[in-house]
Design a protein around this ligand. Structure first.
Ligand code: LCS
Length: 396
């Protein structure tokens, strides 16, 4: 820099960064904007035209090299056409819904969904003139009956939070295809290791990447995978305008997390099956919901659409709410906290925590009783986790 340039100019300008190096780990490109080579370069990117031989980045709300690497990794795992990453799972869900629904349109959604999603579909969407019909996510015939000429989206979550109920991916996808309706599924509980809904014909797959994809309980993030160009355009438009874009710092942690997804999921699957079997055989446990148990009412369907059964278990103990509270407060290795999908085991009470916004009547119908406990099984030793549950169950 010229020596006659003043200090206040010198402090803000650095030598432009050139990247002849090839780091094995993706750097955090924490830059809101990107240098344009000339006016035409800026004009082309701003009007969504390719700029041959020049950088494709204009502004980080539209796209960023670090967040793009995370998105591409998830896209590979889901075998999608394109994946977008979002600031949170809820940003992914609301961006997806708002990119396809307008006033006068109709949405058919499963009742068995995460509490926050339930609030969006029952409270927020109707404020914008979008009509919603809720159906039992385990019954494809209810989705079919609810379809109207104005239905634009079918929304499901499988396995569903917290009762592990399953939606039939192939049948619901076919319903959407025959009626020209976009099918969208929240696949967070399965993770791409255990389930790939696009293979069954679903059009959009959503994740709270806060959970298994991130895997370490250190970020809030989301993803949207689409199966074709038309949906890609719609989602990109809404994401960049609503602005629920992921931060490059979070993308760095997400990339780091995804690298160990397979080994983590293998252990989550093994541990959860062992714990579900232990709980099922315990006299103080009245009910266990785990897709990998033969007693799961949809176990045959589960085997058709999931490669593994995941790390999430819900169960009821004898003694209802009081016994459930005692259990979640007295475990020693397992931690009392909401959220899921991290390496550490977490336990919570769904009716008063994650699903408190769902009306009691609706909760009861979905199986979310006051005595229901949800356990996110981590990657610790299964024997230690079983021992932990055993010692508390003996006291209730
Ligand atoms: N989808 C599912 C299935 C979820 O479980 C959650 C969050 C979300 C979407 C929203 O994702 P976020 O914006 O939080 O990344 N589930 C939570 C839970 O069960 N306990 O705390 C949060």
């Amino acid at each position: 820099m010229d020596s006659d340039i003043r200090i206040d100019t010198k402090t803000v300008h650095q030598k432009p960064v050139d990247y002849p190096v090839h780091p094995i780990s993706t750097p955090i490109f924490s830059s809101s904007t990107f240098v344009l080579e000339d006016a035409d370069h800026g004009a082309r990117l701003s009007s969504l035209q390719p700029a041959e031989g020049k950088s494709k980045y204009l502004y980080s709300r539209w796209g960023n090299p670090t967040t793009d690497v995370a998105a591409d990794m998830i896209n590979q795992l889901e075998s999608g056409h394109r994946t977008f990453v979002a600031a949170t799972g809820m940003a992914a869900i609301s961006t997806s819904l708002f990119s396809l629904l307008k006033s006068g349109d109709h949405l058919v959604a499963a009742t068995n969904i995460y509490g926050g999603t339930y609030e969006v579909v029952t409270k927020v969407l109707p404020q914008y003139g979008i009509e919603v019909t809720l159906v039992d996510g385990t019954k494809p015939e209810e989705f079919e009956r609810a379809i109207r000429p104005t239905t634009r989206v079918i929304y499901a979550e499988t396995p569903a939070n917290p009762t592990m109920s399953i939606s039939d991916l192939a049948t619901i996808a076919e319903l959407g295809r025959l009626n020209g309706i976009v099918t969208m599924v929240d696949s967070t509980f399965a993770s791409p290791y255990n389930q790939n809904p696009i293979q069954f014909g679903f059009n959009m797959v959503l994740h709270s990447a806060t959970k298994y994809l991130g895997g370490h309980s250190d970020i809030i993030s989301g993803s949207i995978t689409v199966d074709g160009e038309e949906l890609e355009k719609k989602v990109f438009q809404t994401l960049k305008l609503f602005g629920g874009t992921m931060s490059p710092f979070d993308a760095f942690l997400l990339i780091r997390g995804i690298k160990t997804l397979a080994v983590r999921m293998e252990r989550h699957n093994q541990n959860a099956l062992a714990i579900a079997q232990f709980l099922e055989s315990h006299p103080k446990v009245s009910r266990v919901y785990y897709p990998g148990l033969e007693s799961h009412p949809q176990h045959e369907l589960v085997k058709r659409q999931m490669r593994g059964f995941g790390g999430m278990i819900a169960f009821e103990v004898e003694g209802g709410m009081n016994a459930a509270k005692k259990l979640i407060e007295n475990v020693k290795i397992i931690t009392l906290a909401v959220s899921l999908g991290g390496v550490e085991s977490l336990i919570e009470h769904a009716a008063s925590m994650t699903h408190t916004m769902v009306p009691k009547e609706e909760r009861e119908r979905a199986g979310i009783t006051d005595g229901l406990i949800r356990l996110s099984v981590g990657i610790e030793s299964a024997e230690d986790l079983i021992q932990d549950l055993k010692q508390v169950l003996a006291t209730i």
